[in-house]
Design a protein around this ligand. Structure first.
Ligand code: TXA
Ligand code: MG
Length: 315
């Protein structure tokens, strides 16, 4: 059910869960002062309780109320990238953020979305916890129809049109005196490097030892995956190789009966924008197996697209 801003504010303030638009993907939002609604977010998504949520706010100075300290360069990163698709993990004031939202960690992830409707909403009701609005493990939602497909037509969605980035925010954390990327996303490693003056390392939660708490628990789980089996190939397509192809509009796949296009192979933003819609359409069409053209550049946003497809293929 599509709702207006005013309804979204009152539903959130009265303890309900509402789907909200952001510039990355749609979120499943609850007000931080509604513990039942936060619990419901986990239930609706079937999300493990050990996977913490991101706190969304309208302005950087509001965040200071919830943290116990901020590391070097926090303000300059905030100035450079907010509002926008960057999420920053900070040590949290545990009295101010309920433990269910942060999965009992002593840190919390903060984000200031740039989507104009999200900004307007957050002027009225904040902070909002908001994981991506999809069933756990499945492709995220980049339009209202995707949210309704996962949570039903009656579920309240504040419609903000297409999510322009199409992939989630990049998450960074300050570890041993350096910023590291704990989840790749809409902001590239290069863009962060340009700002920081060094290349932030990509921290792979899977490579951590078992005794350590994972830096980004969500990275441990199955993610972004359609029911269709994805066969990733870095080799060029040769005639008749596969019937169903996920590929690019400027390449040819002779013999394929259907090509799901991620747009031009020269345009990473278009590919990111189309990605989850394509993965969802495979399932809507009942596709069992699709060959995915992975002859992709390795820089910029392509790194994120590569990572998302690799995880989506991992069953
Ligand atoms: O673009 C986005 O970030 C979207 C929109 C709705 O804002 N949100 C989103 O939330 O992607 P979610 O819950 O799907 O992914 C959040 C990720 C999870 O992998 C979680 O483990 C990680 O952030 N995370 C949250 N709090 C954390 C913390 N304190 N420390 C480490 N990782 C954290
Ligand atoms: Mg998610």
């Amino acid at each position: 059910m599509r709702i207006q801003l005013k309804q979204a504010v009152s539903l959130l303030q009265s303890g309900n869960v509402v789907s909200i638009p952001t510039e990355t993907v749609y979120g499943l939002a609850a007000w931080i002062h509604s513990p039942d609604a936060i619990a419901q977010v986990f239930q609706l998504k079937n999300r493990p309780a050990i996977n913490p949520l991101i706190l969304h706010l309208a302005k950087t100075d509001q965040i200071l109320h919830y943290v116990s300290s901020v590391p070097d360069e926090f303000f300059s990163l905030a100035k450079a990238f907010w509002p926008g698709p960057l999420t920053i993990i900070l040590p949290v004031n545990t009295q101010k953020v309920p433990s269910i939202a942060r999965a009992e960690l002593e840190t919390c992830a903060f984000r200031i979305p740039s989507h104009p409707i999200a900004q307007q909403l957050l002027e009225h009701v904040w902070p909002l916890v908001a994981p991506s609005a999809n069933l756990s493990g499945r492709p995220s939602s980049t339009k209202a129809e995707h949210v309704e497909a996962d949570f039903g037509q009656a579920f309240p969605v504040l419609d903000g049109g297409f999510a322009i980035h199409g992939v989630e925010s990049t998450i960074i954390a300050h570890i041993e005196n350096q910023w590291q990327i704990v989840r790749q996303g809409a902001i590239s490693q290069e863009a962060l490097a340009l700002h920081l003056g060094y290349v932030p390392e990509k921290n792979d939660s899977k490579k951590q030892s078992l005794s350590e708490k994972p830096l980004c628990p969500g990275q441990l789980f199955r993610h972004y995956a359609p029911n269709a089996r994805l066969v990733l190939s870095e080799q060029p397509y040769s005639k008749g190789m596969a019937e169903i192809v996920v590929g690019f509009s400027d390449r040819h796949y002779p013999g394929a009966t259907k090509v799901y296009s991620l747009g031009s192979s020269q345009n990473s933003q278009e590919a990111a924008f189309s990605l989850y819609d394509v993965l969802r359409r495979l399932d809507l069409d009942g596709v069992v197996s699709a060959w995915v053209d992975m002859q992709l550049p390795k820089d910029g946003l392509w790194q994120t697209i590569h990572e998302r497809l690799s995880r989506a293929a991992n069953r």
